[in-house]
Write a protein that binds this ligand. Sequence first.
Ligand SMILES: NC(=O)c1ccc[n+]([C@@H]2O[C@H](COP(=O)([O-])OP(=O)(O)OC[C@H]3O[C@@H](n4cnc5c(N)ncnc54)[C@H](OP(=O)(O)O)[C@@H]3O)[C@@H](O)[C@H]2O)c1
Length: 221
Amino acid sequence: MAIYVITGANRGIGYEYCRQLKERGDTAIAVCRTPSNELKKLGVQVETGIDITSDQSVADLTDRFDGLEIDVLINNAGILQRNTLENLDFESIRQQFEVNALGTLRVTQALLPNLHSDSKVIIMTSRMGSIADNTSGGSYGYRMSKVAVSMAGKSLSHDLKPRGISVGILHPGLVSTRMTGFTSGGITPETSVNGLLERIDALTLETTGTFWHANGEVLPW
Ligand SMILES: NC(=O)c1ccc[n+]([C@@H]2O[C@H](COP(=O)([O-])OP(=O)(O)OC[C@H]3O[C@@H](n4cnc5c(N)ncnc54)[C@H](OP(=O)(O)O)[C@@H]3O)[C@@H](O)[C@H]2O)c1
């Protein structure tokens, strides 16, 4: 039984991580700003009031986790806002960097003392942050912030390898959640997290720093 900490755990993919981890007998610690009723009913430890863009908020989280050994940190919280070239909103682009890139790095750095040799750090990035896979343009803030967080994941994989900590950089697929307007073209959070947990379970120091689709495909940078 391992201890998993999941950010953005009140809904979507983050909630589903908590649900499946609990179901299989692991300990899921759900981190969020405001818990959903669904999460409150799940029966896992919930840490509320944590905004990953706030130094103070994340410092508060480290206080609460003082002495806790984390086996897997899943950086899942993220935002998607549509930015077209015709209608660029730099505040929106900046906000996506704050959450997707800086927020993820802030939480990871803050919780490093809680990680041990054999721990894993997961970066939930997106295929939309793959330069090679960008065939349609647009989504400036989301794409740019996800490239940035993937790069952070790659650097973390090098920096943390000597400490025995592996890093997985994962794309969940197109998933039907609030982020995608519950698109009918997407897979369910259940299917996505099934695959994501397979990738996380299989992650080792030999495969650290690889960019995977939940379905097992290695994605191009
Ligand atoms: N769905 C997809 O197809 C897809 C594809 C590729 C990658 N992803 C990535 O997968 C991850 C989860 O996506 P999802 O589809 O489950 O999205 P979602 O349903 O929109 O959930 C996003 C989560 O992030 C949290 N969050 C946003 N800003 C935050 C902040 N400043 N501080 C703390 N938490 C914050 C949200 O909390 P609140 O409820 O408080 O806003 C929510 O719990 C994201 O990183 C996303 O970029 C998703």
